[in-house]
Design a protein around this ligand. Sequence first.
Ligand code: AMP
Ligand code: ZN
Ligand code: FE
Ligand code: FE
Length: 271
Amino acid sequence: MFRADLHCHSTCSDGTVSPQDLVRLAKTVGLSALAITDHDTIDAYLLAEPVAREVGIILGTGVEFSCDYKGKSVHVLGYGFPYNDPQIHNLCMRHQERRKNRNRAILDKLQRLGFALQEKEISQDGVPVGSMGRPHIAHALVKRGIVHSMKEAFNLYLGEGKCCYERGEPFGIPETLDILHAAGAKVFLAHPHLGEGLCKVKELLEMPFDGIECYYARCYPEQEKRWLKLAKDRGLLISGGSDFHGDFKPYITLGCSWVDEETFHQIFPNL
Ligand code: AMP
Ligand code: ZN
Ligand code: FE
Ligand code: FE
């Protein structure tokens, strides 16, 4: 049976599995197609593509952009753009700069609490990654024995609104949607159940999204049904995936959420 996981993270952002190994893992777990959706970078695609051809996985381009909406974080998924699109590349570069400044600000706040982490500790086993963020800082706090788990790091220090949280330079949803659309991408509102409820989702969907991420790991069936109905009522596309992060979220397996062949081809008509 055709299954496509359209939401996962590699070592190019806050996943712990390399793009090449993600594709191999996709094959092992019986997926037919995959889109790697790293936070604010598309670097994984070029690394993964030759392996996808070798092992027989259909690989689509993907990205998960961090946006700000009224001071809160919203994630936007983009699919099916040319991987060498200059405007998307430029947006990724701006995000990398934002992340560098933001990580530094978070480390400053932690230092004021007496937790002096070095910038070089914020890496995957010493290897610097592209989109570094709060999970890397959380992991470093665990390694230092300052917290017991990454979850605790978010609950105590790094989660939205906690004492060491930094929003960083905000990127708006309209600008992000414009850039993705200009590149021919289909754009989805990611994991709507993690937001502030149906009203907020409806408000967000006033913006020109192409679809909603309806299938998601650890999303309850009644939540899925709610998003599927909303997509149908509004004539929006459906997407889905696991949001696999490897060891950073060990309770989520690649392929545990997926879309079927018809849904996949609505998002990737050229594949
Ligand atoms: P960042 O892109 O640096 O803002 O980090 C966002 C990522 O951190 C999310 O995509 C999740 O992978 C992870 N994350 C956010 N909140 C939590 C949490 N409460 N517990 C564990 N991981 C989280
Ligand atoms: Zn993540
Ligand atoms: Fe997300
Ligand atoms: Fe994600």
